[in-house]
Write a protein that binds this ligand. Sequence first.
Ligand code: FMN
Length: 527
Amino acid sequence: MSENSLIDAARQYHSGTKHSYLSVRLHPHALDWENKPLLFKIYPTMEVTRLPRDFQDTGKPALSAIAAAGVEPKGEAVPDLETLAQVLFFSAGVTKSRKHGEGETFFRAAACTGALYEIELYVVCSDLRSKIQLSGSPPALPAGVYHFGAAEFGLRQLRAGDCRQALITAAGDDPAVAHAPVIIICTGTYWRNAWKYRSRTYRHFGWDNGTILANCLAISGAMGLPTRVITGFIDPQVNTLLDLDTKREVSFSIVPVGWTQLVPPSPPAIEPLALPVVPYSAKEVDYASMRKIHEASSLDSVAEVIAWRGKTPGNEMAPAKETTSALLSLSDSRIPPDTIEQVISRRGSTRQFSRDPITMAELSTMLDRATRGIPADFIDPPGSHLNDLYLIVNNVIGLAAGAYVYHWDEKFLEPLKRGEFRDKAGYLGLEQQIPADAAVDIFFLADLKKILERYGNRGYRAAQLEAGILGGKLYLAAYAQKLGCSGLTFYDDDVASFFSPHARGKSAIFLIALGRSALRKSESSRR
Ligand SMILES: Cc1cc2nc3c(=O)[nH]c(=O)nc-3n(C[C@H](O)[C@H](O)[C@H](O)COP(=O)(O)O)c2cc1C
């Protein structure tokens, strides 16, 4: 029996990392600022190839870009170096920096728990040309395996030669991987996030990888490139290709970008690289429970990879008992024209909400555009999903305050209880002010029993990742409408109890707050 099917591992990890009113008091965690990890992975001996950053805006409205559930391949779609640079920048590049005291924080295109940016990106590609390349000249980026250096916005070549075939084998000949000229691999580095969040970091791998993927899907789609999220692969083969020290860093998802009918050559021998890496901190703490759930959710054979794909368990929801509120989403002709690049560039996390209302049309547009589907190997049939969305509505014009569940397929909100729940929302969101002040809080809950029975422990990765992707789409849908948004953490069991009996048996996976930023309000009143 494979370890992936011994699903007590995921159950134990999930229960062992729950937050509660008591747990945060019984196990407080003081941050060791002297030992704060470096936020970039640096290969000090490897030369960097800087990426071009004179991007051509796609002109694609952000709300259309996030709504698209994938681009069908229609012939050769091989990104050039400029296109790859644009995909990487708007997925995980440094978009802003803020000086404070002695230091400076570099914020990235996608939101990340604690701004610790523990997800690293690698690129495995064929020869790529440049837009300005003369015919007959050598490729602008030779085939190889590269690490994406967000700090210098560049690539460092870890291996020379076309290694895509190694990934195609690892992904069990997945057709999207098999036809991709470029494959992005996302990894999670434990300590970079565990410094603050200890063993809960493994959940954050899914969330923080998910927000990057939401951006990546949107920008790639806007550039006309077929893209897909692949989570079924033989972990040791992918980790070996990147030569990861798997006690510290592990592959989490892979994203084939583009389409070509040219079959890649056999890969060169995949020898160990043993490249030096600058240590993240003077000392690291190893949280064994995370390595345990990672190993227990790893796949070791092609048969396991093939069994992993598709066949998403259904989310049968009882028919609505009460009067429902249909979504009032904006039609495409009325959505704000701000492009995906403009919206990602101005995205941030709202630190304070104003308590002002948003409209039912704004809420509907966010829900509708964010839930039109994710092209992922664990989603089949298209449009199916692992998480259910439950809402606390604090202040939405046209929708009574209260708790709701979203009927995803029929696109309506069913009221579960009416009333004013601002204080409750603040409590459920780890006693923070953000969810109490937001106009709406969206809680993601999943039937982990059903998911683990279908997929094994790896279903746990998929549930967290899907929540992160949907959360990332909601971030962009909010900022596209000049609203605010923040991901949040929560008191697990209290969330499930609050939405029960409807949510009985489900587990809290993620939380996001949406509304109007207090800062934007004070800025506009000063003008
Ligand atoms: C999954 C997720 C959970 C988060 N949880 C919290 C939270 O509990 N409290 C909070 O103040 N911010 C939270 N944030 C916001 C991050 O602190 C923020 O993304 C990070 O500081 C980077 O800043 P930026 O989003 O403005 O680029 C969360 C973000 C994400 C993506």
